[in-house]
Design a protein around this ligand. Structure first.
Ligand code: ADP
Length: 543
């Protein structure tokens, strides 16, 4: 008979993260650039108190355990309070991306059956438009003070956030319940088919917060000032609202001001040390500092993920600005972190360039996530850095099923990510491509990411996308769609010649077209599906 452990049974809970932050880092600041336009300063202690009051208000509004509460909001202290008040009181926080198509927003709210919706000031017009199509919705709460409440609006159930909080006394104790209770829901962007909801539990969220803060993960510390550029509606800002409370660091919330100049100003003003976001955002910041000859005085680490970090971006940050780049890979279905790229002890004496070659990869699995690559038959492929296969994962914060969907997404107990990857002998995973973006040329595969990475290193190129164009002989051949840097001059032939020696000759794209801008998804990634539609009739010169 096995001997049972004799330790306390304390369910992992999201409220315990906030209680910890308030007790041990109570005066550590949460600074927000508000939608109202001004700066706002609060602290972990104050956020905890106001979250308690908000939890009381939600009860008063008739919310019951398990009810979904939606948010359509940018990164700010009120959104943080909602995160904790909702999950902490056994309700389910459903963050929604306001940049999705309005019909999609409505579809998601109805699928989740949100009872209450918290909305930032500048998103109200969207909700006013959608309200008639949201039958389950009881109240809309505008995230502002009384002074900013609109005199005229079309909603008959509009409440004021600050009034809700003012009406409560804060005499509320965070309840204790099963750690497997749902804490939050995030929908995948649904570029194909309807969006699907990933339902995170308290347990999965707390374990993810532990793992993501580790030194070989984000390396988040009490001495840090963290600016999550990644929105709180994009997989819970990659868990930063939780990991920041766990370590008790200062948080700087940028609101909806995500352009290069605004981010730079905020980073300098608040002496930000670490940040996290998608490559598109970092491109905007780098353009700004390069064009204006600026330096970073405190910024030391940037976590880059969501799509592949171009190797040229990694080198610019590290070599020109002394900012460490930490490349990470994840998905909505993984809460989101799966792998993070940091060197190992044995790499200590590697020359800079050799080390950076490793850091270009998506990284090693964080403990808590297990991964494998399999071929079309489902057979595991070797970890030699060459063999590629469909990437599958399992772990403590990987979904088992989608909200409201009966069919299991799993394959032999593993979650198929839809990415094609290699894994090397040291366990570093590299994404070759999303399986739907890979270019299939005469039975051979060409990685669109690899082609994009080559052109992103060209001084005249602002952004590059590689897509498959139809070819009568090869089925598909690569077409590059390029945005030039402002004022830069470069020809199609020069860009094609730039591939020479950098990739095998047969992979060299067949054509380059220039456009003024590239389409992006609601989370700032290249919208390949749209691009493929735009160039569906493109005639390759080689055809
Ligand atoms: P969506 O992009 O559909 O909104 P997610 O945000 O969950 O949904 O995106 C997950 C996908 O993003 C991954 O399956 C992968 O294709 C891509 N991705 C995430 N991080 C990286 C990375 N560092 N490098 C390459 N691809 C990445």
């Amino acid at each position: 008979m096995s001997l049972m452990g004799q330790m306390m049974q304390m369910p992992l809970s999201i409220s315990s993260l906030l209680i910890h932050a308030a007790r041990h880092h109570g005066d550590t600041e949460i600074v927000s650039k508000r939608v109202e336009g001004d700066m706002h300063r609060t602290s972990w202690a104050e956020v905890e108190l106001r979250s308690r009051k908000l939890a009381q208000a939600l009860q008063r509004l008739g919310c019951e355990p398990g009810d979904r509460v939606g948010t359509l909001a940018w990164n700010g202290y009120r959104h943080l309070e909602i995160y904790y008040a909702v999950s902490g009181s056994e309700l389910v926080c459903h963050t929604i991306n306001p940049r999705l198509f309005p019909q999609q927003v409505a579809w998601i709210i109805n699928d989740a059956q949100d009872k209450i919706l918290f909305v930032d000031l500048n998103i109200l017009p969207l909700v006013e438009k959608l309200a008639p199509t949201l039958p389950a919705l009881k109240h809309v709460v505008l995230m502002c003070g009384r002074d900013n409440m609109p005199r005229e609006h079309v909603l008959d159930n509009l409440l004021c956030y600050e009034e809700l909080i003012e009406a409560e006394d804060g005499h509320y104790s965070w309840p204790t319940f099963d750690e497997n209770t749902a804490a939050s829901i995030c929908y995948t962007s649904g570029t194909t088919g309807n969006p699907k909801g990933a339902v995170y539990s308290h347990r999965s969220t707390v374990l993810h917060a532990y793992a993501s803060a580790l030194p070989d993960s984000m390396c988040l510390k009490a001495t840090d000032t963290m600016l999550p550029v990644v929105p709180m509606f994009h997989v819970n800002a990659w868990g930063v609202p939780y990991s920041a409370a766990l370590v008790g660091c200062k948080l700087v919330m940028p609101g909806h001001h995500l352009d290069g100049p605004s981010l730079y100003e905020l980073m300098e003003q608040e002496q930000v040390t670490i940040s996290a976001g998608v490559p598109t955002i970092w491109q905007g910041l780098l353009n700004h500092v390069q064009a204006n000859n600026l330096r970073f005085s405190s910024f030391r680490t940037t976590i880059i993920g969501g799509s592949a970090c171009p190797p040229s971006m990694l080198r610019t940050f590290e070599n020109d600005y002394n900012v460490e780049v930490v490349h990470a890979w994840g998905m909505t279905e993984l809460s989101p972190i799966g792998t993070i790229c940091r060197l190992k002890g044995k790499h200590a004496n590697l020359p800079l360039e050799a080390g950076q070659k490793i850091l270009e990869k998506q990284g090693r699995a964080v403990f808590g996530v297990d991964m494998r690559i399999v071929d079309a038959e489902g057979d595991p492929q070797p970890w030699n850095g060459i063999a590629s296969g469909d990437l599958e994962v399992r772990g403590h914060w990987v979904i088992d099923s989608y909200f409201n969907v009966d069919k299991s997404p799993l394959h032999q107990g593993w979650f198929p990510t839809g990415d094609v990857a290699t894994i090397d002998a040291d366990g570093y995973m590299q994404v070759v491509d999303r399986s739907k973006d890979v270019i299939k040329s005469g039975g051979e595969w060409i990685s669109s990411i690899e082609l994009e990475n080559v052109l992103m290193a060209h001084p005249a190129v602002q952004q590059a996308a590689a897509i498959a164009a139809h070819h009568p002989k090869w089925d598909e051949r690569p077409l590059m769609v390029v945005v030039k840097k402002p004022g830069a001059k470069v020809t199609r032939e020069e860009l094609l010649a730039f591939f020479k020696g950098k990739i095998p000759n047969w992979q060299t794209p067949d054509d380059v077209v220039f456009v003024d801008e590239l389409p992006h998804t609601a989370t700032g990634k290249l919208y390949k599906l749209k691009l493929r539609q735009m160039f569906a009739d493109h005639k390759l010169p080689t055809a």
